[in-house]
Design a protein around this ligand. Structure first.
Ligand code: IPE
Ligand code: IPE
Ligand code: MG
Length: 246
């Protein structure tokens, strides 16, 4: 890239003082995006999945090392069967289409959540994508798919009990090491699109001291400029962790 391109980029996106190491994204508003255009909800999900490519690229460009993307919650099974089926198909198609390009771009794909209720072919496809990209190091992209924060903690407790770990050995670090996100730092910034201001069971443990950012923009319209705005807001937040910053 030439110097003038670098210059143009710095003007559009001045360097940020502080970057989050781990950004969670609650990709909400696909349905409303579609309704606004008179389209079926699944068209919104398709547009939402396509937007992922753009957001992942922007995350790499801004230097965010880890993102966790909330794609399907453990509660989303409550939606009409047709929407659930459609969503699963869209995610499967997108994974098939995009994994090669993501791999080329150095993205390490991971999955957090429970794969057991998924069909064998989808399970295998996810596992193959994780395996293919496991040594990539430009960006870790955790896909939260059939994920629920409470369910994750229940799973962790079960595994701790199964391992016969005694009560006095239970620490925060031990619980952390039994979560789906073991080995990753806590989430620093949680972005939610579509104007909602709730956690909807996302990264409950890891988000204990996350900064929250809500934007009215629907997920399919959440672009590089919008990500920059969120990162800029984050860089201005005063994180106190219960103490005082003097
Ligand atoms: C987010 O969009 C995607 C998923 C939850 C799978 P929604 O489908 O929740 O869109 P709205 O909230 O109905 O607009
Ligand atoms: C949260 O969105 C889950 C995902 C974005 C995958 P929802 O649309 O399911 O959340 P609620 O139902 O509005 O809380
Ligand atoms: Mg929603």
């Amino acid at each position: 890239m030439s110097n003038s391109d670098d210059h143009a980029r710095e003007v559009a996106y001045p360097p940020l003082e502080r970057l989050p190491q781990h950004v969670g994204m609650i990709m909400d508003g696909n349905g409303r995006w579609a309704r606004q255009r008179g389209l079926p909800r699944l068209a919104g999900h398709r547009a939402g999945v396509e937007n992922l490519r753009r957001v992942l690229r922007a995350s790499v460009e801004f230097g965010v090392p880890i993102v966790t993307l909330y794609a399907f919650s453990s509660e989303n099974w409550r939606r009409p069967a047709e929407e659930v089926r459609g969503l699963l198909n869209i995610l499967r198609d997108a994974l098939g289409k995009e994994v090669g390009e993501l791999h080329k771009n150095g993205v390490q794909l991971r999955h957090i959540g429970d794969l057991t209720p998924l069909s064998d072919d989808l399970k295998e496809q996810i596992q193959a994508a994780v395996e293919l990209t496991r040594n990539n190091d430009r960006l870790i992209a955790n896909i939260a798919f059939n994920y629920g924060g409470r369910q994750e903690i229940v799973e962790a407790v079960r595994r701790i009990v199964e391992a016969g770990i005694p009560a006095e050995a239970i620490t925060e670090a031990l619980i952390d090491a039994h979560l789906y996100t073991a080995g990753l730092p806590d989430v620093d910034l949680v972005i939610r699109t579509s104007g909602e201001m709730r956690m909807s069971n996302f990264l409950l443990w890891q988000g204990a001291y996350a900064e929250y950012y809500s934007t009215p923009v629907y997920w399919p319209d959440f672009d590089k400029d919008e990500l920059y705005k969120a990162l800029q807001t984050f860089s201005q937040r005063d994180r106190r962790y219960g103490g005082l910053n003097t």
